[in-house]
Design a protein around this ligand. Sequence first.
Ligand code: ADP
Ligand code: MG
Length: 152
Amino acid sequence: MALDLFLADEAATIRFGEDLALALKRGDYVALHGDLGAGKSTLARAIIRAIADDAMLEVPSPTFTLVQSYDLRIPVAHFDLYRIADAAEIDELGFDEALSDGICLVEWPEKGFGALPADGITLRFLHEGDGRRVEIDGPASALARIRRSLAI
Ligand code: ADP
Ligand code: MG
């Protein structure tokens, strides 16, 4: 069963990222869907800082570089595919290697020309009033891990 959360403000998105970080493991692909300003980068930054155990870690947006990699306890690759030109770039960016090594967080996965796995953890951000709703879907085993980390 998919999960559904309301995040009232930016602080709630950050807390959600910190909890989610506890659930993630090597080989997890997290697809971050949502419009511009929906909160994808805010969440990715919170996950990366939590895994780094460093609340001040610089986490620049990979808008132009398409990927930023973090050599952490579990390596994390943060992709933003908004400006990707063709599917071959996903290979060139080293998506498969990054996934075998660690965790891949991908903003704008729908721009990936279907070259990304279909069995990832999917987060869908929607504007709701001044806050955001996030729908979480994925394999049952991943959802069970996430539910435990969120204590729901
Ligand atoms: P995206 O990467 O999806 O384009 P960003 O994370 O860069 O979005 O920006 C999201 C904006 O919304 C930021 O200004 C952030 O402070 C704000 N924000 C994040 N989460 C929430 C929330 N739950 N409620 C309201 N505003 C939020
Ligand atoms: Mg972003």
